[in-house]
Design a protein around this ligand. Structure first.
Ligand SMILES: Cc1cc2nc3c(=O)[nH]c(=O)nc-3n(C[C@H](O)[C@H](O)[C@H](O)COP(=O)(O)O)c2cc1C
Ligand code: SF4
Length: 485
């Protein structure tokens, strides 16, 4: 995991908590509208994959428990984890690519409604992603995966060698020698695992993404509406397909790459098609990056342009993340898959407590404020959600008062304490379990293990009725909180 060179250790500092009266008068606990969807307060639990779905993408009791636990803290909105819009196997990640997923998702929306007493709105994040292969054993790569083409033969001066001989020869070379023979892409497939890109125009299923994706997103959004979700968040952030279309690294030559107007085209077409499918009444927004935080990637200026275009097109909210790209990810172990949160951009997405002088708390706020300005300058009042190390009332309220954002997102702080917003609202902020930004939870996500928080996953885990992880070592949800009023 990448860390800033300075390696300064930062302790969380939630500051003073308000009294009930102060909380009631605050902006944080005041209502806000996402288009026609009214939120009771400006508190937001962003998407977090907890690795609790079945292997074929269905909602389980553990998924229901996980979101119900967040709902007990009664935030303004909860966004269900990245959920795949295609009907293809994708491991224990939630899916919405077929009508058979709707009953399970409906059970989830009903449970959350009950657990929050109807106070929290529930959205679902819709994602498309391209294929990423695990890092191969070099021997296997040379025996099976590498395409032996004329270029390789030429470089080796081996035009007449049988293919098997070439494979065996390459298998015996070191990385420096291989780099003279293989293309950069082949070297990457060997070192990191083969990964498709939106710019792979030689592949038909990639070339036709602009024709295929609008319908896939639209039908998925309709299913979300039918399952009782209050809205959908189109996942245009991090390392996935739609973010790759927006990226400054997208040089497709079919009108969907190059200039930023072209890079925004598919995301706008997807939104238009989704809107047509679910109607004007339904809440549709997106999550995108305020900064890709990679060399040659989008900057905050690009993001300001995209934000203004999305708002003008009629999106109901814009949720801002940052970084989280494959481009600068670290090399995985053999047999492991590349994880887009291991490089500098990954650090910017989920900054940990070992940081630079700026620290991990509120790193996305300045960029968010800039993008909000760009959206307001375009004449739109679309609410902006910001995340990144936000863990205290003063910090959250300050961001809203200075009009740097309209809604406060807190992922890891909500994982550390799903009741934290409620505790603050009830004047019991001193009882909040404060996130230490250790990224233990993110480490579990990286290993595709059930995500929990180290601050509570060993507490009272042997009490009868407490559900535990598959290895029995950790409890699956945070202990209950009984307000002392
Ligand atoms: C375990 C875990 C899973 C995550 N899964 C998602 C996801 O499915 N979709 C997404 O957009 N972001 C995901 N994120 C990123 C968070 O939504 C959030 O942007 C990030 O953690 C920074 O916010 P924070 O500092 O409040 O935690 C995940 C984060 C964590 C810790
Ligand atoms: S494990 Fe808990 S304390 Fe550590 S970063 Fe995750 S939520 Fe915060």
């Amino acid at each position: 995991m990448w860390k800033p060179a300075e390696k300064i250790k930062h302790a969380p500092n939630p500051g003073l908590s308000p009294s009930t009266e102060q909380a009631r008068a605050s902006k944080l606990f005041s209502p806000v509208n996402l288009g026609r969807l009214a939120l009771k307060q400006r508190t937001w639990v962003p998407a977090m994959v907890p690795w609790r779905a079945t292997d074929d993408g269905f909602v389980t009791d553990d998924v229901v428990d996980w979101y119900s636990r967040f709902a007990m803290g009664k935030p303004g909105a909860i966004v269900v984890e990245a959920t795949g819009i295609r009907d293809i196997p994708s491991g224990p990640l939630l899916r919405i690519g077929h009508d058979r997923f709707v009953p399970g998702l409906r059970r989830l929306t009903e449970a959350v409604r009950v657990a929050s007493g109807g106070e929290s709105r529930l959205l679902i994040q819709l994602i498309d992603f391209l294929s990423v292969r695990r890092r191969p054993e070099p021997a296997k790569y040379f025996a099976k995966f590498l395409q032996v083409d004329d270029q390789i033969r030429e470089k080796l001066n081996a035009q007449n060698w049988p293919e098997e001989q070439i494979r065996a020869h390459l298998s015996g070379l070191d990385e420096t020698a291989l780099a003279q023979i293989l293309s950069a892409r082949e070297m990457e497939s060997l070192r990191m695992g083969a990964r498709e890109r939106v710019t792979d125009m030689h592949l038909e299923h990639i070339r036709t993404l602009p024709q295929v994706l609008p319908d896939l997103f639209a039908v998925a959004a309709r299913r979300a509406r039918d399952a009782g979700f209050d809205g959908v968040e189109l996942h245009y952030a991090h390392a996935y397909t739609m973010a790759s279309f927006l990226s400054a690294t997208n040089d497709r030559d079919d009108g969907y790459g190059g200039a930023k107007e072209n890079r925004a085209r598919l995301p706008l077409e997807v939104f238009t098609r989704v809107r047509r499918e679910v109607g004007d009444e339904y809440c549709v927004g997106c999550r995108f990056l305020s900064d890709e935080c990679i060399e040659g990637g989008n900057s905050v200026e690009d993001a300001g342009y995209f934000g203004a275009e999305f708002a003008r097109a009629g999106m109901d909210f814009l949720s801002l993340s940052r970084g989280g790209k494959f481009d600068d990810a670290q090399q995985p172990q053999v047999g492991g898959a590349v994880y887009p949160y291991t490089g500098r951009s990954g650090y910017e997405c989920m900054p940990g407590y070992i940081s630079d002088a700026r620290g991990p708390f509120g790193r996305n706020v300045q960029a968010g404020a800039w993008i909000r300005q760009a959206v307001r300058a375009a004449g739109c009042t679309t609410p902006i959600i910001v995340v990144g190390g936000i863990h205290g009332f003063q910090q959250a309220e300050g961001i809203l008062q200075r009009e740097e954002a309209d809604i406060i997102g807190a992922a890891r702080q909500s994982l550390a304490d799903p009741d934290w917003f409620l505790k603050i609202r009830l004047g019991q902020g001193d009882q909040v379990r404060v996130c230490e930004y250790t990224n233990y939870c993110e480490g579990l996500d990286q290993k595709h293990k059930q995500v929990t928080c180290q601050l509570w996953d060993r507490l009272e885990k042997n009490v009868p009725g407490i559900k535990r992880t598959s290895d029995g070592r950790r409890r699956l949800t945070a202990p209950m909180w009984n307000p002392s009023v």
